[in-house]
Design a protein around this ligand. Structure first.
Ligand SMILES: [Cu+2]
Length: 273
């Protein structure tokens, strides 16, 4: 009895936490789509979990002193009902997941931005990865940086991702963006940041002994602040590459230092047609 009461309170408490908790604002449109899907699935899963747990508690309480248990009698109507209900739930989960997967921010191919495709007037950032760092080029502005990726708020951005050596993965958890990067092949990721702030970019593919150091900041600025930053970069030179902190962290594949090497690497890796 004590156990069933505790379980009942636990169910009520869980339901209360879910219903009354206010989720934090999403930092990108990708994140918003993924959070919304998680929320929809949670609202389906929670009543089912409560139903199953309550049935379990009821069965334990109701039949715990049954000295003469009998096998369950066939009930075709009940079996058809629970099979159809399970099928309907699976269809709902599949359709919900499909719509998020087809979102042009989650699957850039849906927006025609894959494999070097034209993205129109959309802002582009060329991301070159190497063991173990990043180089970010803004082709429209002729600016190149490393260490920190700057983005304007509320602007669609297409990342063209290349690797000069091994497989890496471009992962910004707060944006819900994750895309593998392969040598000799360009892959594409897409997002629209919706909150200013500083976020973290990680390499999510084990890529050698320096893998854990392969991180960078992502700074999202208002459009005017972003324009100021671009002007500042242009004022200090077209290719303003900032060397990362660690000396061994800055070595690019051809052995040059980060300032010279990163630009040399950018030039030496041909973009696929
Ligand atoms: Cu890596």
């Amino acid at each position: 009895m004590r156990l069933s009461r505790a379980l009942s309170w636990l169910c009520v408490l869980t339901l209360g936490v879910v219903v009354f908790s206010t989720p934090a604002a999403a930092q990108s449109v990708n994140r918003a789509a993924i959070d919304e899907l998680n929320e929809q699935l949670l609202y389906v899963a929670l009543p089912l979990t409560l139903f199953v747990e309550l049935m379990l508690v009821y069965a334990i309480y109701r039949f715990h002193n049954n000295d003469d248990p009998r096998p369950t009698i066939d009930d075709p109507a009940l079996e058809v009902t629970w099979t159809a209900a399970t099928g309907a739930i699976l269809v709902f989960v599949g359709v919900s997941g499909f719509f998020v997967l087809a979102n042009p921010y989650i699957s850039p191919a849906a927006a025609g931005a894959s494999d070097g495709g034209d993205v129109g007037d959309e802002m582009e950032v060329d991301v070159l990865t190497y063991q173990w760092g990043y180089e970010f080029s803004y082709p429209d502005s002729n600016v190149t940086t490393s260490e920190t990726l700057y983005l304007p708020k509320d602007t669609d951005v297409t990342f063209r991702l290349r690797s000069s050596d091994v497989i890496h993965s471009f992962y910004i958890p707060d944006f819900g963006v994750k895309q593998d990067i392969f040598p000799s092949q360009e892959t594409v990721a897409r997002t629209q940041p919706t909150e200013t702030g500083t976020y973290r970019l990680y390499c999510a593919e084990l890529c050698g002994s320096g893998h854990s150091r392969m991180q960078a900041d992502v700074v999202v600025l208002n459009q005017s602040e972003y324009d100021d930053w671009l002007d500042e970069q242009r004022g200090t030179g077209a290719n303003n590459t900032t060397a990362p902190d660690g000396a061994d962290n800055t070595t690019s594949p051809d052995g040059a230092n980060a300032t010279d090497g990163a630009n040399a690497t950018a030039a030496s890796v041909a973009r696929p047609a």
